[in-house]
Write a protein that binds this ligand. Structure first.
Ligand code: ADP
Length: 435
């Protein structure tokens, strides 16, 4: 399931990014190829202008000049004097060249030649003109630039046809396309790797949460099974027992029932905090009164173990604290209950509260068994108990995790440190926000 979601997310993530990247680079490729074609054609036109100027300045066209120009610009020249091939072409002529010339002239005649008309008779050619165009040779399949220059000289018309094979431009475009393909393939591979790692990291907390949920359910079922087993066996024994012994079994059933109900209450609190439906009602609360009442509530329990509980209040009156009084009382009860549970007979528990501009500080100190540094890290985890055997009945390892969630919802901090001389100090920092 996780792997499938991971794979789906990777494909989605890299697919969308790759599609955007490909379309953008295709657009770039199109723009750059158009510019390349235009530049190439413009430079061909410039060359033709230069050649035209040269031709106009020459009284006769020398063969030496023609072959020099051909070699320089990778051009093929044809010169027709009044429609008759010039000597240069006769000397260098071969059948391939003549076919190419025919094709070039055909393309020129079809699309670009100035058709003689009444207003524009053939004799009224400009002194000199030149037309550049592109065409594809039907025999070789190659693309060419062509230019036809017409010069009126000494009552004869000189036609110079210049052809340029576009193979270097096409090679350049081909190389650019290959580079584009390689870069895009590499980018897609990198994107896929990145998406795999990124989505994996994104899914990790969900996976962790899923594991925690499963662990939570397993631990909860385990904890519920014990009182349930006691209830079932007591009920069975109760049915078989004589009437005078039945009451002790019923008492056990009642006690285990209470235990189960307390556990279910804790589970509900934690699950509602997980689903963010944990209601806290912020009010103006007099913390000193709340702490005093909490101490009084635990006095009789502490007395049973000969433990003294004291409350240390600051000299100045405490301002009211913006918090949920019921939830904060619940946290203090958890801390006091734990302190009594894990402190030996004759010990003491001290409650302390102070205030500065930013926060309230509350601490519960005991001189009990204390908690090792290793356990301090896990103490707020759900169902964590330092030593399962050391804990008394009714302790499920959920109290501190509930306290943690409540303080977190108030935007505060709960922590633990060693008490000087042994024992533990649980402290709470509550922000002193105004209502
Ligand atoms: P429990 O319901 O088991 O007390 P808590 O989450 O409240 O669960 O506490 C987790 C564990 O932390 C306890 O099982 C106990 O081992 C340890 N603990 C909590 N408070 C104290 C304390 N004041 N002194 C020593 N150990 C404590």
């Amino acid at each position: 399931m996780y792997k499938k979601v991971h794979l789906d997310l990777t494909i989605l993530c890299s697919g969308i990014t790759a599609a955007i990247m490909l379309s953008m680079s295709l657009l770039y490729l199109y723009i750059s190829e158009t510019a390349l074609n235009r530049n190439h054609f413009d430079s061909f036109k410039n060359d033709m202008n230069t050649i035209l100027m040269n031709l106009e300045n020459q009284s006769t066209i020398s063969m030496e000049w023609l072959s020099k120009m051909e070699a320089q610009g990778n051009y093929t020249f044809y010169v027709l004097d009044n429609g008759i091939p010039y000597l240069y072409n006769i000397l260098t002529d071969n059948s391939e060249k003549s076919i190419l010339l025919e094709e070039a002239m055909k393309a020129y005649d079809e699309h670009y030649a100035i058709v003689p008309s009444e207003e524009n008779p053939a004799s009224s050619f400009l002194f000199s003109s030149h037309i550049e165009y592109t065409f594809t040779s039907a025999t070789t399949g190659n693309d060419y630039y062509g230019c036809v220059i017409e010069i009126d000289k000494n009552s004869s018309t000189l036609q110079v046809i210049i052809l340029s094979l576009l193979d270097s431009l096409e090679k350049q475009i081909y190389r650019q396309r290959v580079r584009f393909l390689i870069i895009n393939i590499a980018a897609i591979i990198l994107l896929t790797i990145f998406s795999w790692v990124f989505t994996g990291k994104l899914l990790n907390p969900i996976l962790e949460n899923q594991k925690k949920q499963a662990q939570f359910i397993a631990s909860a079922s385990h904890e519920l099974r014990t009182p349930l087993a006691v209830i079932l066996s007591s009920a069975e024994s109760c049915i078989k027992a004589s009437p005078d012994k039945q009451s002790s079994f019923l008492e056990t059933i009642k006690q285990e029932g209470f235990r189960m109900s307390a556990l279910i209450e804790d589970l509900l609190t934690l699950s509602s905090s997980d689903s963010r439906q944990f209601p806290i009602q912020i009010q103006s609360v007099e913390l000193d009164t709340l702490l005093l009442n909490s101490c009084e509530a635990f006095e009789s329990l502490a007395k049973k173990k000969s433990i003294t509980i004291s409350l240390n209040l600051p000299e100045n009156t405490l301002p009211t604290c913006s918090c949920d009084p019921d939830r904060i009382r619940q946290v203090i009860f958890i801390l006091l209950h734990n302190a009594i549970s894990y402190t030996k007979e004759g010990g003491y528990i001290k409650l302390f509260v102070s205030y500065n501009k930013e926060q309230f500080y509350i601490s519960v100190t005991d001189n009990g068994i204390g908690i090792s540094d290793e356990d301090k890290k896990k103490i707020f985890d759900r169902f964590y108990r330092v030593e399962k055997s050391r804990s008394t009945k009714g302790h499920f390892g959920l109290g501190l995790s509930i306290a943690y969630e409540i303080i977190k919802l108030h935007g505060g901090i709960i922590g633990i440190k060693d008490a000087p001389g042994g024992g533990s100090i649980f402290y709470i920092n509550l922000p002193s926000r105004q209502l």
